[in-house]
Design a protein around this ligand. Structure first.
Ligand SMILES: NC(=O)C1=CN([C@@H]2O[C@H](COP(=O)(O)OP(=O)(O)OC[C@H]3O[C@@H](n4cnc5c(N)ncnc54)[C@H](O)[C@@H]3O)[C@@H](O)[C@H]2O)C=CC1
Ligand SMILES: O=C([O-])CC(=O)C(=O)O
Length: 313
């Protein structure tokens, strides 16, 4: 039997979508369809062609096509959804909920029709609520509907820890639990550098500053950019999730998953550590939390619940 390449569709060819497509191709994770609305068909085709023309220089053999037709996306193994509006300075992610819920629902109706066996990764904000909206309109099993927040939030947290200690980012471990908002919960107790707990290396005051900077990390970039939000680190995060799934690596990373009793939440989408592999979310880890950690997670869950209630209507 011939071995075929994997097919990955990226919906939304804006800053995050286009950057993700290029990074996926550079890693040769599959052939890529970059998809946007019909009004932007030519620019989308142009971006895809421009990326393809980088392939002889960079030596990758992934094909990249731009399109506005879901027929081109048919039977994708992975669908990454970045479609929607991004926030500008002065806005919260939750301000995007009405517009983006409509977009996610219409995108997912097509994904359901054309890519019924795909694993779907959602980026669009407010991402916990958009993952819920996608789950509702896709009707896929919960292991195949995954939101991206924890990889990015953890990447920011680890960046700041490495900067603080002037050590390699490769040796920093940690993760962030909860919703993708200012109440997210970086777990200091589970964070280490080269296996050494960070609270033995960094003062409590500096750790608190790092935790706080992580929580508002998206806003820091929004304020610097002035007209949009982060896209390099978000794209890198989507690529890590895609690679983990397509290579069935079974990495333990935080993603937005449907909780059905874990951490005391039922029917809520929230960022938690999972095993990510060929079946998508293969297992959710339920960590023991201190009273303080659980109450921080409860606060974050409350914020997410409020935005999800807007989507539920
Ligand atoms: N979860 C996370 O960690 C992150 C989430 N985001 C979110 O990702 C989303 C995209 O951000 P950017 O790429 O920077 O925005 P962008 O504005 O550069 O690109 C969005 C693209 O979506 C397209 N689009 C809109 N409706 C569509 C539809 N129905 N079908 C197909 N495409 C459609 C637009 O035409 C546009 O090209 C935003 O909601 C942003 O807040 C961004 C970074 C991190
Ligand atoms: O901040 C935003 O609006 C985009 C995002 O989610 C992030 O960069 O974390």
């Amino acid at each position: 039997m011939a071995i075929s390449r994997k097919k990955i569709t990226v919906v939304g060819a804006g800053f995050t979508g286009a950057t993700t497509a290029l990074m996926l191709a550079q890693k040769e994770l599959g052939d890529i369809v970059l998809l946007d609305i019909p009004q932007l068909e030519n620019p989308t085709k142009g971006k895809a062609l421009d990326m393809l023309e980088a392939s002889p220089v960079q030596g990758f053999d992934s094909k990249i096509v731009g399109s506005s037709s879901y027929e081109d996306a048919a039977d994708s193994d992975i669908v990454i959804i970045t479609a929607g509006i991004a926030r500008k300075p002065g806005m919260s992610r939750d301000d995007l909920v009405h517009t983006n819920a409509g977009i996610i629902t219409s995108v997912c109706e097509n994904v359901k029709k054309y890519c019924p066996n795909s694993i779907v990764i959602i980026l669009s904000n407010p991402v916990d609520a958009m993952t819920f909206a996608a789950f509702k309109s896709l009707g896929f099993p919960k292991n195949r509907v995954i939101g991206q927040s924890g990889v990015l939030d953890t990447a920011r947290y680890c960046t700041f820890i490495a900067q603080e200690l002037n050590v390699s980012v490769e040796d920093v471990r940690g993760f962030v639990l909860g919703g993708h908002g200012d109440d997210m919960v970086p777990l200091v107790r589970y964070s280490s550098v080269g296996g050494i707990p960070i609270d033995t290396l960094i003062s409590a005051e500096r750790i608190e500053a790092i935790v706080q900077r992580t929580r508002v990390g998206g806003g820091e970039i929004v304020n610097l950019l002035g007209n949009g939000s982060a896209y390099y680190a978000p794209a890198a995060s989507l690529v890590q999730m895609t690679e983990t799934i397509l290579k069935d690596k079974k990495r333990i990373i935080p993603v937005i998953a449907l909780l059905e009793g874990e951490y005391g939440f039922d029917g809520l989408f929230l960022g938690v550590p999972v095993i990510l592999g060929g079946d998508g979310i293969e297992k959710i880890f339920e960590l023991e939390l201190t009273v303080e950690e659980k109450s921080a997670l409860d606060k974050s869950a409350d914020s997410v619940r409020q935005v999800i209630s807007v989507v539920k209507g």
